[in-house]
Design a protein. Sequence first.
Length: 605
Amino acid sequence: MDNITKKVKEEIDCGWIGSNELCPYHPCHFTGQDCTFCFCPFYPCRDADLGQNIISKRGSEIWDCSPCLFIHRPAVAKFVMSEIKRMGITDPKDPRIKDIFPAAKARFYKEGRSIMFLGATSDAGKSITVAAVCRILHRKGYIVTPFKSQNMSLNSKVTRKGHEIAMIQTLQSEAAGLKNPDAHMNPILMKPKGDMMSQVIVEGEPYGDYNVTDYYEKFVPGPGVEIVKRNIGFLKKHYDFVVMEGAGSPAEINIYNRDIANMGAARIADAPCILVVNVEWGGSFAYAVGTVELLPEEDRKRIKGIILNNIRGDISKMESGARELERIIGIPVIGLIPHAELELPHEDSEAFRGVKSRGTGKMKIAVIKLPRISNFTDLDPLYVEDTMVTFVTDPEDLEGTDAIIIPGTKNTINDLKWMKEKGLDKAIVKLKGKVPILGICGGYQMMSRSLEDPNGIEDRPAGTTKGLGLFNNIARWNEYKKVTILDEGVLIRTGEPITGFEIHMGISETHEEPLFRMERISGEELEGSFREKEMLFGTYLHGILEKPAFRRFFLSFVKGGKEILSRTEPKDYDDLIEENLEKLANVFERNLDMGKLMEILGEEQ
């Protein structure tokens, strides 16, 4: 009897157990999952709705149903186990087990439905609306997934399979109670490189570089449409609801016939749409009317509701305007959502517009505001501590700072050149040994003594660039290969656990004391660089500040930092995010017409 058969035998002997919260991996798929069958008794079912044949690393064909959640649905697991017991089955190889599958599928399986949230403008609140609705539906017992067909963002994360997707889709996935976000949720990610050029990531992997013209004239009508169709189809087979997010405005009439991010995606998914309007920006009624009126009649019919979002003050004062808006466009306003103070990551650099600092704490942290800054959400966990984070573009901005962070960038060498032109390089080096300095990813590469790019991979003439010289390292770009790793390990100095992820081109030849010991499939590996006396820290790990271990270790080097930190309990940033997702969902659920929303979703109340 092979190991899987033995496991299924143990499951049958144990009987129905529901959610096994004592399991160290629980929940491994989604919050509220049924753990009765950790190993599916129907494997391999060969059902095209639930899995597919793939080629293994050894070259053989195997059945892959890793995305399938069917057997973990509470009603399904309970039914299957009850049938096994009713039929007196004790042997996993009993052929009658296979006969249960068609009955279970006929009774419980149906293709999922979709709904799309569009924005009258950029920063309308689409992303948090999708997160809120994902959490509301998840709390109602549905298995839900977020989806954004096309996202332009330099904030990305790595999935368990090593795929790169936009950060906001991982946040929405968390709101949906899912533990393993994947590339189907954001099949097209565009990462701006400058000069109207973007790297296009398809289903989590680099696909090519496109300028605006080629993207809309070659990529979209070619592979783009098929990519969106394929991934929407996949998600509908595995989830009850696909909660879709648009991009920018759906009424961009100059590119309307080449759209795959808004109404184009809605048509593919046959999704009803809700238009979200940010009231704080002013002109919200005009934005709503103008957006709807610019849509062709066929697409206008898809708009089933309006949400007036981010209302400050007395929301009742918006009610008369909302009723008049309904009269003018014939679409119901299904939500008046008040402004809520939330600690959630920002999706893009709009969060930086006009912002010079955040927080009012005692530890002043200077962050170099690079022109091509990426993954700036790395900084968010700092706000749970007693800090004031300032965004620096000039050397004089570093005066009086207690610590410096050089963040990630989409183009290390070009941003290093910008720092040198501004004189920031000399100002940073001058503070070596006086304040702690942390480089993350591209910022870590800049701290090297030299940066070697013999093939011009970093979009500059091939050659060697002098680094900041803070570490005796060499950063090299020898090949067009992107490193994407989801990581966990320990901080060497304390042995405390850390987590993070790597997304970068280039590698570093290090000659410094390492910061972390990583636990990888290939075995233990050392990562990062550390000089204690000079208070220098460098790592390729994004998200490294989310766990308290490294965040507080770094801040302890700030003058007076140990004393300041001693007054507060360490906080895990993931816990803070979870608290704020619940708060977000509560605000929306209280102020949405839930009956109307569920009607639009096709669910009877």
